[in-house]
Design a binder for this molecule. Structure first.
Ligand SMILES: Cc1ncc(C[n+]2csc(CCOP(=O)(O)OP(=O)(O)O)c2C)c(N)n1
Ligand SMILES: [Mg+2]
Length: 331
């Protein structure tokens, strides 16, 4: 007897794809939970902003991307890096400021970049990412690679002029660009319900002549579906899309934030809507993956994170000689 397709969580993903999605989301969660613990010990320099709770966004979008495509990220960038394939061990070393890091220990959490993976960089400039992907999307269009540019940015960044100019330019130039507004409810301590002059960020898309879509950011399958349509539109010459992903972040704005401005939204989200929990419930109920398969991924990811921290702590720090490298690019 053939099973009804409608009972499947997402027809577009087979077992391998579902396992890849779960592995990415689990890796991001485990990475962030561990950095949260390690930061409290005092060995990690600089500022750290964690992405836990938002995993379905980076994962649901980046699963559609390949080596032709580039992404621009934010100060909350670890999840975007992992989803685009940046090496987790190099990322951990970078966060610890070690020479084995993705940027040889010179960038830290807020500047992790890996151009070989199409990861243009985390970005300390709020609203800095959207203009960058207008450049990569224009290059992809002119070179006919079929590539797309994706900018992840926050609700706070959605009010920056740079973001609004990039939306306009992407539409005027009909670029293969996707703007992913990650609305986690706050810009630092300011509620998005107070700072955004519209009911939804996605409503602004109409003003730029592009489709705007709102999606539940805790629901991996919903994000994956919406992102798939946007990527398909962009690759086939249909132009840009603005996607608003709504969810909440599990940790503070930065590590050390006392979060006195928040209610009980985190506990409620973790209990009822967590992306990893809902993913597991749906794929096991549909008979697509077993708990044993998912538990195995959990074990492998835990071992990888353990190894990453041990290697990072063991790795050398940059030396004074390293000050003069990576300053200028050689053409
Ligand atoms: C141009 C600029 N203005 C202000 C800041 C200070 N700042 C850092 S993060 C942040 C809030 C960003 O909020 P949002 O875009 O919603 O991202 P989230 O932290 O919620 O992921 C601000 C104002 C900055 N880094 N850059
Ligand atoms: Mg925000």
């Amino acid at each position: 007897m053939t099973e009804a397709v409608s009972e499947k969580p997402v027809g577009a993903l087979d077992e391998t794809g579902l396992l890849a999605a779960y592995r990415t989301m689990r890796t991001i969660r485990a990475f962030e939970d561990r950095v949260h613990q390690e930061f409290a010990k005092g060995d990690i320099p600089g500022f750290v902003h964690l992405y836990a709770g938002e995993e379905a966004s980076a994962t649901g979008v980046c699963l559609h991307l390949d080596e032709r495509d580039s992404i621009a990220s934010t100060h909350r960038g670890h999840g975007h890096c992992i989803a685009k394939g940046v090496d987790v061990r190099e990322m951990m070393a970078e966060i610890y400021g070690r020479r084995t890091g993705s940027c040889r220990g010179k960038g830290g959490s807020m500047h992790i970049a890996d151009l070989s993976k199409g990861m243009l960089g985390a970005n300390g400039i709020v609203g800095g990412g959207p203009p960058l992907i207008c450049g990569t999307a224009l290059a992809a269009k002119l070179q006919g690679t079929g590539g797309v540019g994706v900018a992840f940015f926050g609700d706070g960044a959605s009010n920056q002029g740079t973001t609004l100019e990039a939306l306009n330019l992407a539409s005027v130039w009909n670029l293969p660009a996707i703007f992913v507004a990650e609305n986690n409810g706050y810009a630092e301590t300011t509620a998005s319900s107070w700072s955004i002059a519209a009911d939804n960020i996605a409503d602004r898309a109409a003003g730029f002549g592009m489709p705007g879509v709102i999606v539940d950011g805790f629901d991996f399958f919903a994000v994956h579906e919406v992102a798939g349509e946007a990527v398909e539109r962009a690759r086939s010459g249909g132009g840009p899309t603005l996607i608003e992903v709504k969810f909440t972040r599990y940790y503070g704005h930065f590590e050390g934030d006392q979060q006195t401005y928040r209610g009980d939204e985190v506990a409620r989200a973790q209990q009822d809507r967590d992306c990893l929990k809902t993913f597991r419930a749906r794929v096991t109920a549909a008979g697509q993956l077993t708990d044993a398969q998912l538990d195995e991924v959990d074990r492998e990811v835990a071992a990888l994170i353990e190894q990453s921290v041990a290697e990072a702590l063991d790795a050398p720090k940059p030396s004074p000689d390293d000050l003069e490298t990576d300053v200028y690019i050689s053409y």
